[in-house]
Design a protein around this ligand. Structure first.
Ligand SMILES: C[S@@+](CC[C@H](N)C(=O)[O-])C[C@H]1O[C@@H](n2cnc3c(N)ncnc32)[C@H](O)[C@@H]1O
Length: 376
């Protein structure tokens, strides 16, 4: 392809809305016959392009002889759409658009594709995308099984999958809003701490074991134990991959005199990392479910009986940003043998905090299993 691909790529604006809408509709009708019939008129789709797509995404169009041949819409690091006129396929136009998107994505690009869309999957695989996860379609509008693909620039690949973490988010800086007690993150922390304290108060005098996955700087558990005279009865393992956060959590535990709190630099996305730390009476999963694929959320929930002692409590958090996974997540917890004790979903913020009690029988740890990989 390459040299003979004659098309220019430019940023789209409002004047392109109608043609983008037409391409969107024609391309979907021509290449994805399994989609439910389109109910929106071209005018309604044009309004959606103007009011939503152009506001939330950067859109590039491929143009030849003043004719728009295709468009790509990038929202954050997610390639939301890449559609071509049906008669402009197989000419390298998709590659030109994808290259433009990748030029503007120094940390990589994710996208969702229907599992049935074998042409698109082959196209993205040729361009170095790999599968991050699959889902049964319960979370997309079309209710069709889909998959999440991701491309990472070569220079990041070395760190990308190390420890099941991505190189994109600065996880130390992520903790900064804790310094502002009015921030949503601080509000979430207060709820998590309140639930940890209640869990301890309900078990006076008992010796208890805690494991915290992706523990960050340990603000939740260390914060609670630091203020309690009975902290010595808790043996805790904090699993965290970012070295700076590991150091900060160790420092906080050390300053609070918590000799029974171990902070381990480990990949919490693998069950092998939990050997020796479980079964636990309290499993903390704060800031995990919002950073992994739906498939991995489900996989992690299904594996929780391997982390839990009989009667254990799991405290978890998850954003309720649309599409809100929490109804499905709470159902998966029920299916895995958990009884809901609390679900905090405060108004005006997107986070939620759930508390579940394990009513099933603990399972032995299968150290070969994987739970999740961060996608942020
Ligand atoms: C959203 S933060 C949550 C931190 C903490 N639980 C909290 O709520 O304050 C996610 C943390 O997970 C860590 N992380 C990401 N992938 C990980 C992995 N595979 N294993 C262990 N830690 C991981 C990040 O470094 C980051 O500190």
């Amino acid at each position: 392809m390459g040299d003979d691909v004659r098309a220019e790529i430019r940023l789209a604006d409002g004047a392109d809305a109608a043609v983008i809408a037409r391409i969107h509709l024609h391309s979907r009708a021509a290449t994805m016959p399994y989609l439910p019939p389109q109910k929106r008129s071209p005018e309604q789709v044009t309004r959606w392009v103007e009011d939503v797509l152009l506001k939330e995404c950067r859109i590039w169009v491929a143009v030849r002889d003043a004719l728009v041949l295709g468009y790509a819409a990038l929202g954050g690091d997610v390639l939301e759409h890449l559609y071509l006129r049906p008669d402009a396929r197989r000419q390298g136009i998709g590659t030109l658009l994808l290259d433009e998107v990748r030029r503007h994505s120094p940390h990589g690009v994710s996208l969702h594709v229907f599992q049935q869309n074998t042409d698109a999957r082959a196209f993205y695989e040729r361009h170095g995308f790999t599968v991050l996860g699959t889902s049964d379609g319960s979370q997309n509008m079309e209710h069709l099984p889909d998959m999440t693909l991701r491309w990472t620039p070569n220079d990041l690949l070395g760190s990308e999958r190390r420890g099941g973490m991505t190189a994109r988010t600065d996880w130390q800086a992520w903790h900064e809003p804790y310094a502002d007690e009015r921030s949503p993150l601080s509000r979430r922390l207060r709820l998590v701490r309140q639930e940890i304290a209640a869990w301890l108060d309900e078990r006076p005098g008992e010796r208890l074991t805690v494991v915290s996955a992706c523990a960050g700087q340990g603000h939740d558990l260390v914060g609670v134990l630091a203020g309690r005279a009975d902290a010595h009865r808790v043996r805790a393992t904090l699993l965290e991959y970012d070295p700076g956060n590991v150091a900060a959590a160790r420092d906080a535990a050390g300053r609070a005199g918590l000799a029974n709190v171990a902070v381990e630099r480990a990949d919490a996305g693998r069950l092998s990392s939990y050997a020796g730390a479980v079964p636990a009476d309290l499993v903390l999963l704060a800031g995990v479910f919002g950073n992994v694929t739906d498939h991995d959320v489900r996989r992690t929930v299904a594996a929780l009986p391997q982390l839990c002692a009989a009667g254990a409590t799991v405290i978890w958090t998850r954003t309720r940003r649309t599409p809100d996974l929490t109804p499905a997540l709470r159902g998966w917890l029920r299916d895995a043998g958990f009884v809901e004790r609390a679900f905090h979903a405060p108004e005006g913020v997107l986070f939620s905090v759930g508390v579940h009690r394990f009513a099933g029988t603990p399972h032995p740890l299968d150290a070969s299993e994987e739970l999740f990989t961060f996608v942020r």
